[in-house]
Design a protein around this ligand. Sequence first.
Ligand SMILES: Cc1cc2nc3c(=O)[nH]c(=O)nc-3n(C[C@H](O)[C@H](O)[C@H](O)COP(=O)(O)OP(=O)(O)OC[C@H]3O[C@@H](n4cnc5c(N)ncnc54)[C@H](O)[C@@H]3O)c2cc1C
Length: 375
Amino acid sequence: MNAFTARDTIARSGFRDLKVVAKVRESAIITSFHIEPVNPEDWRDFEPGQFLVFKIPMPQRAGEKVYVLRNYSVSCSPAAKGRYRISVKREAAPAPGLPDGASSCFLHDRIDVGDILKAEGPRGDFVLDKASLRPVVLLSGGVGLTPMVSMLHALAAMPDRRAVFVHACENGDVHALRDEVAGLLAARPGLSAHYCYRSPSERDRADGHFHSEGMISKDVLQRLLPIDDYDFYLCGPPPFMQAIYAMLREFGVPKHRIAYEFFGPATVLEPDGARAPAAPARPTRIESAGEATTVEFRKSGLTAVWDGKAASLLDFAEDQGLLPEFSCRSGICGTCKSRLVSGEVAYFEEPLDELGAGEVLLCCSRPSGSVVLDI
Ligand SMILES: Cc1cc2nc3c(=O)[nH]c(=O)nc-3n(C[C@H](O)[C@H](O)[C@H](O)COP(=O)(O)OP(=O)(O)OC[C@H]3O[C@@H](n4cnc5c(N)ncnc54)[C@H](O)[C@@H]3O)c2cc1C
């Protein structure tokens, strides 16, 4: 989601074959894949911050899907024509007996140089506002640094725009792309970094590899950022995003100066109502809406008249005070998939993935007549 000028950077070009030309271990848990279109004509430029959508094959079992769709941000310089790099964190099972992350573990464990991946894009509007003259603060947690590194490449190529790269992670073992960032910072004056390790190792201490310890605090941010009018970019796990967003808002940073991207289902960042209900606060049921088109949210016990103002069923649900899960808001990730109990919808953006019978993607559809949704 980008607070800056809405530019349509979506390239609807379909899935292409991309060959893995290098696989590089960046940390104990993050590995990069350098990939090139098999057909050079399939190259598409990207904006720093954009991602590719991958079709990852799954072991086939009867009745199950044969692939999953997953997004990975491009982590290299946008000037690197002909080759993308993605940097993927291996998402191991959180507890014994649970499955490993389907796509990330497949990429880490099964994909090597010479293999072909299918990907679509680049996509996404979480992109560096290159036209702005304001200084930039890139704030990342964990693998959320991937779009920030690409943005830092773009910033380092600019003559004098100031930028601070702030990264929080567990410790030096999982800190990826550190040397590359150091090289970029050395490119010119006006670029700096701050690393916050949650639990630094003895070696991190001995090497002086980090600048602060624990969580990024208000004090740290205040020290790092003299009063100025910054463009902020945020990407990291939900608790990181929520904490940083709250601090920035407390500092008086206006919402439109904070652009952010979630790597999973999006979460409410602003408890006081960034996505809060417009109305009504309590569910209502309309007994008779006459000829009007209505949307019934069955599980929520709420029916509302569709007035055509909301861009999508997802926006409409949010306007009614509901908070369905979402992530990409552009028909890719499937996070907002819901069951259509009755009625029909029309898609203004074709879902990238096939939908099962009775399924609907809320983020890219509108009702064609009255509908009943199972949310
Ligand atoms: C715009 C965007 C950009 C992104 N960019 C990047 C990037 O640059 N780098 C990156 O690494 N990621 C990125 N991601 C995240 C990426 O798309 C995947 O979500 C991530 O790799 C995890 O997918 P997976 O298939 O490996 O895990 P999944 O199969 O989706 O599982 C996720 C986690 O849940 C656990 N799990 C699975 N089943 C269960 C269960 N039954 N009970 C409990 N736990 C379970 C898994 O072990 C795993 O830890 C991005 C996401 C978005 C939306």
